[in-house]
Design a protein around this ligand. Structure first.
Ligand SMILES: NC(=O)c1ccc[n+]([C@@H]2O[C@H](COP(=O)([O-])OP(=O)(O)OC[C@H]3O[C@@H](n4cnc5c(N)ncnc54)[C@H](OP(=O)(O)O)[C@@H]3O)[C@@H](O)[C@H]2O)c1
Length: 226
């Protein structure tokens, strides 16, 4: 089989663009989402995934194992963001963002472990500048992404023996459907485009495997959106 990749959140936005690009580069891709990914390609497997549910993550990996034993590239991308001042943020919204952005990657990594290839597997996490920098009105999102980063930093040490290559991407705001759901006032002109993001993603994924990018922050030239 060709090189195998997993992309979480392949149905929309960055995950959809990443999946198309990896297929174009010759990867076999297992894409996970709840709503399904509208891509027809011989090397694409559209697999149901609710990253907040351990049962669903276990089934996702069971399906992948029918076709592949080892995974070369994992794009840890699925995520949600909801905006509200802290006093108006509901506990339900806070829990949903933690379940998706923090518990989700934990379950992903837990079930991925048996499929790691020593010295080969590359894990690219689409974090956010919100994993490094506090923005107003996204306290739960900020906390969930900082939490995800903490877990990855611990895992880097835990998986040292397997020589896993970790790339943490910290992009600023990007014009994707994520913003449609938030109804925010921000101008899309001050956001990166999905194609800006893809130029960085492709640079990282196709760079020689001897290079690692522990932290890559990139944002629109006008700066942080707030
Ligand atoms: N857009 C930005 O400004 C920006 C900036 C920095 C970082 N990011 C990060 O980039 C990543 C992708 O965001 P995007 O902008 O492409 O947003 P998007 O268009 O809303 O896509 C989000 C993806 O995550 C998936 N997802 C959400 N909840 C899920 C769940 N419970 N189980 C499985 N999949 C789930 C969605 O699939 P289903 O709904 O079909 O399940 C969808 O495919 C996120 O981690 C986000 O935090 C975005």
């Amino acid at each position: 089989m060709d090189k195998c990749a997993i992309v979480t959140g392949s149905s929309s936005g960055l995950g959809l663009e990443i999946t198309k690009s990896l297929l174009f580069s010759g990867y076999t891709v297992f894409g996970g989402s709840r709503s399904g990914t509208k891509i027809e390609h011989d090397n694409f497997y559209d697999v149901e995934l609710d990253i907040t549910s351990e049962e669903s993550v276990a089934e996702f990996f069971e399906t992948i194992r029918e076709y592949a034993d080892e995974i070369d590239l994992v794009v840890n991308n699925a995520g949600v963001c909801e905006m509200a001042p802290l006093g108006e943020m509901t506990t339900e919204s806070f829990e949903k963002q933690f379940a998706t952005n923090t518990l989700g990657p934990f379950l992903l990594f837990k079930y991925l472990e048996p499929m790691l290839v020593k010295g080969e597997t590359h894990i690219v996490s689409v974090l956010s500048t919100a994993a490094q920098y506090g923005y107003p009105n996204v306290s739960a999102y900020n906390a969930s992404k900082f939490g995800q980063l903490g877990m990855i930093e611990s895992l880097k040490k835990e998986w040292k023996e397997q020589k896993v290559r970790f790339t943490n991407l910290f992009p600023g705001a990007i014009d994707t459907p994520l913003w449609d759901k938030m109804g925010s006032k921000f101008s899309r002109d001050k956001m990166l485009s999905a194609s800006d993001f893809m130029s960085v993603f492709n640079f990282v994924v196709h760079a020689p495997p001897t290079i690692q990018f522990p932290e890559l922050t990139f944002l629109h030239r006008e700066g942080y959106l707030e």
